[in-house]
Write a protein that binds this ligand. Structure first.
Ligand code: SF4
Length: 364
C-alpha cells in the first residue's frame, strides 16, 4: 500500500510537474498553436481537478471529447427505459450516473417519482443476484465504452450459464476508435493529436489506434496523474514539431500493447459491430455493439420491442458541439445560467465524467 502511494505521489510531484511545464513551454514556442483532445471524461475531470489547463502555454489548447458514456447515450434510450419501468413494470438496474440524466421527455429520477422500480448497482454482476431473487423482469441498462463493456459482457455470459430467464440487457455500447475516425474526418475540427483513454486501452490495446497514422495524426495513451497528462502533451507537441504521426503508450504500468485478449475474444463471441447514434453527434459507422442472433433471448430491445434511437438533443443544449470539442462548455449560452448541476438541461452537466459538469466544478 505504502509503496503504491509513493509511486502515485511521484506522478504528482511538484518539481517534476514544473520541469515538464518549462519543457512544454520551450517546445511549444516552435509553432503558433496546438490543439489536442482528451477523449476520455476521466481525463477531463483530472485536467480540471489539477488545473492543468492553466499550467500550459496559451497556444496549447486542450479540448474535451466525447468520452462520457452517459453524455452520448441517446435521449430515447432513457425514455424507453422509463417506459419499461412504468408500463412493463420491469425492475430497471443501472449505474447511478444515468439516473439524473434528462432523456427527451423524462428521466429515470422522474420515473422513480411516479413509482418506477429503479435500482442503482455498482457492478453489473449484481444484476444476476437481483434477478435470481425475484420473479419480475429485470432489465440492466448496459451503457459504456470498452472498459465497462468487458464487465457487462462477462455478466451476459454468466446470465446464460445460470439459465436466468427474467434478466435482459438493454445495450447502448459505444466504441472509441470509430469515434476518433469520425472526429478526424470532421472538417469543423482541426485537431493536432489525441490524449487517448487509459482505461479503454487496457482492454483494446494499441493496435486500433494505428488508424491515427492513416489520418496523419498522433495519439498517446496516458494515465490519470498530472505527470502522465503533461508527458502526453509533451509527446504530442514533439510529434507536431517533427511533422510525424506517432502512437505511443505512456501508460505501460497498466496498458499492454495487445490489450486484454480474453475480453476481446468475449466481445467477438457476443457482439456484432453496428452503426450507432451518439447523442448530439450523429450516427457514427461501426461504433457500437449489438448482441448476436444467438444471444437475442437476453436482448431487452428484442424482448420488449423497443423503438430505435436517434442522436437528438434537448432544445438549446450545445452538448453535441461540446462533445466534439468545437466549443468549450463555458461557451454554451446556457452554461451556469439556465443549465446547472442542480438543474441540468443537457447530459454533459449531470455525469461525473461530463465536460460541462467538470468545467462547472473547477471553473474558479
Ligand atoms: Fe448542454 Fe448544459 Fe452543457 Fe450547455 S451547459 S452544452 S445546455 S449540458
Amino acid at each position: 500500500g505504502k509503496l503504491l502511494m509513493k509511486v502515485l505521489d511521484s506522478f504528482a510531484d511538484k518539481a517534476l510537474v514544473e520541469k515538464l511545464t518549462r519543457r512544454i513551454a520551450a517546445e511549444a514556442a516552435e509553432r503558433e498553436g496546438y490543439t489536442f483532445m482528451e477523449v476520455c471524461g476521466t481525463h477531463t475531470q483530472a485536467i480540471g481537478r489539477w488545473g492543468l489547463r492553466n499550467l500550459l502555454p496559451e497556444n496549447v489548447r486542450l479540448v474535451s471529447g466525447p468520452g462520457c458514456p452517459v453524455c452520448v447515450t441517446p435521449g430515447e434510450y432513457i425514455d424507453n427505459a422509463c417506459c419499461l419501468a412504468l408500463k412493463e413494470e420491469a425492475i430497471i438496474a443501472t449505474f447511478g450516473d444515468l439516473v439524473r440524466v434528462p432523456g427527451l421527455t423524462t428521466s429515470l429520477e422522474e420515473a422513480q417519482g411516479q413509482g418506477a422500480d429503479i435500482r442503482t448497482l455498482y457492478s453489473p454482476f449484481d444484476a444476476i443476484q437481483l434477478a435470481a431473487n425475484t420473479d419480475r423482469e429485470v432489465v440492466f441498462l448496459a451503457i459504456g465504452f470498452e472498459t465497462t463493456i468487458a464487465g457487462i459482457a462477462a455478466t451476459i455470459h454468466a446470465t446464460r450459464q445460470r439459465k436466468l430467464k427474467n434478466l435482459s440487457f438493454y445495450l447502448s455500447f459505444r466504441l472509441v476508435p470509430p469515434a476518433l475516425t469520425a472526429l478526424l474526418s470532421d472538417p469543423e475540427l482541426q485537431l493536432d493529436g489525441f490524449l487517448l483513454p487509459g482505461h479503454v486501452s487496457i482492454i483494446i490495446g494499441l493496435e486500433p489506434y494505428q488508424l491515427l497514422k492513416q489520418h496523419h495524426s498522433s495519439g498517446v495513451v496516458i494515465g490519470f496523474e498530472p505527470v502522465d497528462i503533461l508527458q502526453g502533451v509533451e509527446v504530442l507537441i514533439a510529434a507536431v514539431n517533427a511533422q510525424e504521426s506517432r502512437v505511443e503508450n505512456l501508460y505501460p504500468r497498466a496498458v499492454k500493447p495487445e490489450g486484454n485478449p480474453a475480453a476481446l475474444s468475449l466481445f467477438e463471441q457476443l457482439f456484432d459491430i453496428v452503426d450507432t447514434p451518439w447523442r448530439g453527434i450523429g450516427v457514427i459507422p461501426s461504433s457500437g455493439y449489438a448482441l448476436k442472433d444467438s444471444w437475442h433471448d437476453l436482448d431487452a430491445e428484442k424482448r420488449f420491442h423497443l423503438p430505435p434511437l436517434t442522436a437528438s438533443m434537448p432544445p438549446g443544449c450545445c452538448c453535441g458541439e461540446v462533445l466534439k470539442g468545437i466549443i468549450q462548455p463555458d461557451e454554451c449560452p446556457l452554461f451556469a445560467e439556465k443549465c446547472l448541476p442542480t438543474h441540468p438541461i443537457g447530459p454533459c452537466m449531470v455525469s461525473g465524467e461530463g465536460s460541462c459538469a467538470a468545467y462547472y466544478k473547477y471553473r474558479a
